[in-house]
Ligand binder design. Structure first.
Ligand SMILES: NC(=O)c1ccc[n+]([C@@H]2O[C@H](COP(=O)([O-])OP(=O)(O)OC[C@H]3O[C@@H](n4cnc5c(N)ncnc54)[C@H](O)[C@@H]3O)[C@@H](O)[C@H]2O)c1
Length: 358
């Protein structure tokens, strides 16, 4: 891989699925990153994964990783329940942090982390909603910002397929695991209501905010049938637009994700594929300025590598951040908490009044 002269030395915390399928390869391929270290408490997993990706150093102890002065930045690639405390420790150690999505599991802990981040100005914190680095979605974002004028409405949907695991098993490299891995107590995946909202809803809400801006309030309805879960969410945006989100999973069809945005001077229609195909979303932006549809090829759809490069660009070159920041992470949790509360009570919930839990 062609590398630039100055490289961000990254330590990845967690050698589990997302590290093996995304972040370690992203670090190896990113033009401006060195995969410097890998840390996992499970020695067997650490050994196997390090053999494949060859970081310069390995650690079983997170404190030892943080104490290494040559580590510039940490990727938090561990279970959601551990994101906030481990990211806070990275910040206290003076390391830049890329935190897997969702930033945390409730609003309170995310705000606590945001306050720590604010007290460490100059340290970059980014949340791993990597769809922002999909060239098609980035193209839609820029078109909406620069050309579409006032916004009227957004519809966005995220429907994971019942065949997801068949598909991702085929697409992922062979994933190693360990009985010695550090996991949260209980089984956070058992209750699908919070698990799907946090795991999948975090992507949908972030894409909606990336395209259409701040969400003020939501009203949500929820149905569960034959093991499928469906949230329909009406949304009010701060810019006066209204929106509709559809989070339904698993759907009895292929992966189904996309969006439509209607504005004063144009419209945008986008269709995304399962992210593990590394394919840019197909996005068409119609502009009344020239009466034409505009479409990006987006040949480079490796959102995880692009995310890593964008993260390093901010730190090494002072580039403006395009990824989700700590405030976006808090806003996403507020939206998810409001959706959860509204789905249970039937009430309209302002994000400012979201109770905190999902
Ligand atoms: N961006 C995406 O589309 C996407 C997709 C899948 C998963 N994720 C996110 O990735 C995160 C990780 O998921 P996963 O499935 O890879 O988890 P995992 O449980 O498979 O792996 C986590 C690893 O981290 C290690 N670990 C945890 N705490 C540690 C500590 N304090 N010190 C050392 N090692 C520690 C564990 O031993 C384990 O091996 C989750 O937040 C998940 O939501 C994101």
């Amino acid at each position: 891989m062609k590398k630039e002269r100055e490289l961000l030395r990254v330590g990845v915390l967690g050698a589990g699925l997302i590290a093996q399928a995304a972040h370690l390869e992203a670090c190896k391929k990113a033009r401006n990153v060195e995969l410097y270290a890998l840390c996992d408490a499970a020695p067997d997993l650490l050994g196997k994964v390090a053999t494949i990706f060859e970081p310069r150093k390995t650690f079983r102890d997170y404190d030892a990783l943080l104490a290494d002065k040559d580590v510039d930045a940490i990727v938090i690639a561990i279970a959601d329940q551990f994101h906030v405390p481990m990211a806070a420790r990275a910040l206290e150690a003076g390391k830049h942090v890329l935190i897997e999505k969702p930033m945390g599991i409730n609003v309170g802990e995310c705000e606590w982390l945001r306050d720590i981040a604010r007290a460490h100005a100059g340290i970059h914190v980014q949340v791993g909603t990597m769809r922002r680095f999909d060239p098609g979605i980035a193209f839609a974002h820029e078109f909406i910002r620069d050309e579409i004028g006032e916004l009227l409405a957004l519809k966005a949907w995220y429907c994971d397929s019942i065949y997801r695991y068949q598909e991702t098993d085929n697409l992922h490299p062979l994933i190693h695991s360990s009985s010695q891995a550090t996991r949260p107590s209980g089984n956070p995946k058992a209750d699908k209501f919070p698990y799907y909202l946090l795991g999948h809803g975090s992507h949908l809400v972030d894409t909606a905010r990336f395209l259409c801006g701040e969400i003020l309030a939501v009203r949500a309805e929820y149905k569960e049938k034959f093991g499928a879960h469906s949230w329909f969410v009406s949304m009010e945006f701060a810019n006066g637009a209204h929106g509709h989100l559809d989070l339904t999973l698993p759907v009895r069809m292929e992966w189904h994700e996309g969006f439509q945005v209607y504005g004063e001077n144009g419209s945008v229609v986008g269709k995304s594929t399962n992210p593990w195909y590394f394919k840019a979303s197909e996005v068409e932006c119609f502009s009344m300025r020239d009466g034409q549809y505009h479409r990006l090829l987006g040949a480079d759809g490796h959102t995880f590598r692009r995310q890593m490069e964008g993260f390093a660009d901010v730190i090494l070159d002072g580039a403006s951040a395009t990824g989700a920041g700590v405030d976006d992470g808090v806003a996403a949790l507020r939206a998810l908490s409001a959706i959860s509360h509204s789905a249970k009570t039937g009430e309209r919930v302002a994000l400012s009044d979201a109770p905190g839990n999902v």
